[in-house]
Design a protein. Sequence first.
Length: 365
Amino acid sequence: MLAVPTSNTAFAAERFSYEIKSGDTLAKALNAAGMSGQQAYKVNQALAQHLDLKSIKPGQIVQVEKNIDGVGGKSASSTSASYRVLLDLGFAGMAEATLVNDSTVSQYAQLVPQIRTVSVEFTVSGSVIDSAVEAGVSPEVILELSETLESQVDFKRDFAGGEDISLRYEEAIYTYGGQRKRIPRAINAASVQTSKGLFEVNRIGEGDEQKLVISKNGKIVLSLFLPVHDARLSSAFGRRKHPVLAGWMMHKGVDFAANRGDDVFAVAAGRVTLAGREGGFGRVVRLSHANGMETIYAHLSEINGRLKPGSRVQQGEKIGEVGRSGLATSNNLHFEIRKGKESLNPLKASTMEKLDNAPALAVQD
Ligand SMILES: [Zn+2]
């Protein structure tokens, strides 16, 4: 437990910061910050209308600001102090709930971040991660870059030192409790010089269409129609430690970390074979395409109500919304491509060619 009282005359008389430990509930954190059982209950209820509080994870930070003088300048007795509760939601940002005069008003808001574009260039010296951090880049950005280029570049072996890396991505900045929290968004452009050649990553297109294009020495090696836009690639295809089931297992698709409710698009024209619940996939849409190809979109929060087995779907058509249904630890899209029973790596050129070469699926450009 971490309960550190600080003072800030600008807003609150007292501030507490609590780091969630394994087995903790939000109510426990609020109690530790000095809120009564009833006050904690009220805040819990207010947040539970918008968030899945069972998903609170160790390491998440809860901040509680206690304002003795009341919110909005109204004076209140010391027994009816106002509280502002800030919950760190990781990549989803920050949530805020305000309790005024003990129990009368509860407000909920998802804090609006300031967005800035980061363009950075650095030269590798030592490990890529260390060089990036020194240049002010979050480790998550390099993780995403290495997952994106997994089939092409070995981030442990392909750098001897002296290689140049440039990156462009957006960053959401949250200011709360006198602190700044930076959350990187998807990489829009990157160029990576390695002993194997120059690799470039670009996210291109607008509207219903967004593609991830990877090139090597100026020649396109992969063009993936993205099922969710502006989302970070959070886990690539292959043998991974499973976040929920703990042990090592084969990750049969790729994951895109996105916000709950973000649109999910069909990556190719096809026909619905399933639009409903299926085990660990949660709410899922399965599409069949020509040549025995299949695409799978899992952990959805919503499925387009029009979709029924047999429905036709166009490339770029919205089929649902991002969520965390089934075996998922956070809002993300698990995207899979299969041929028959075999799962193929969506980030491999050969996979996309199979999908693109299917007669009914001609890509427009
Ligand atoms: Zn997955």
